[in-house]
Design a protein around this ligand. Sequence first.
Ligand SMILES: *Cc1c(COP(=O)(O)O)cnc(C)c1O
Length: 359
Amino acid sequence: MQIEVLPLSNKQMKKKVTDESQLGFGKLFTDRMLLVEWTAGKGWHSARIKPYEPFVMDPATAVLHYAQEIFEGLKAYKWEDGRIALFRPEMNARRFNQSAARLCMPEVPEELFLDGIDMLVDLEKDWIPTAPETSLYIRPAMIAMDPVLGVKPSDHYYFFVILSPVGAYYAAGFNPVSILVEDVFVRSVAGGTGDAKTGGNYASSLKAGLEAKKNGYDQVLWLDGRERRYIEEVGAMNMFFAYGNHIVTAPLTGSILSGITRESVLRLAIELGCTVEERLIDVNELFSDLKAGKVTEAFGSGTAAVITPVGKLGYKEDSVQIGGGAVGNITQKLYDTLTGIQTGKIEDRYGWVRIVDPH
Ligand SMILES: *Cc1c(COP(=O)(O)O)cnc(C)c1O
């Protein structure tokens, strides 16, 4: 599909941040965005890269009421040689369409998803920060646009992509976070939408997140929705535990989001000399293993922070430190290897990196 590039006036060009340590995460956006529309009977049309600006929406627009929405998250890195790299964007395209199918939304042709991002990122390449830990965060999303209050799939959708230059996800740096096992609220259940990247999952997670913070913890460790017994995810990341060189994570049983970082960790860990296992992790067993010192490291994985070390876990009235509260060896090695591949400093032996074509 032809993607039209609309002109950008001087007035629509924003000032770039010169001090990259001030970027934060997802607070400012570049000058342009991609917008493509889908209409029943017509399919995808009107693909254009246009100035970044607010949408004009009818207050009855379906997405505002019933949350028929999906999104993705990936990053572009500017390498020292000037090339721009994306990390496994084909996986995001595929997952976007799996989410679309779950939410009764039209699939976006993979080529449109990838070419649209390529073109937009290339046009906005001056916005990609280069300081350590920084990158250009890419946010594709799709929303239901019918201005109708009846509950049904829309006949009109927007697929759009916005870009945000970002700094390190955690202002405090690569330090262990504390997590609290949530035994009342659940993020999702098998058969629900936990394995789709959709906004509603996040809206329903906010309450538990706030309560964890009130209790002095950084994030929530979610249990399964049926028995409140098996570990699922941490915040919006996949969760791993290391028993020495043996790494375990929860299997994809339908309520867990299939992370691209998760999949990459499972492959890299083997090359780092670890064994990996996807199995149900009983929170009571885990807690006694932690207390017995058998669990040596714990970390979360996701695009935004890549790897997040976990130094403390709370469950009911009890809490336990992990790895003396310091960053473990495997955790550090995985972080260094993944970010090394993403930034072109470590050879990509997996075909994970996609260089953005200059347009
Ligand atoms: C996006 C997301 C992840 C991480 O996926 P990545 O592809 O690794 O970024 C994990 N859990 C949830 C709930 C998510 O939304």
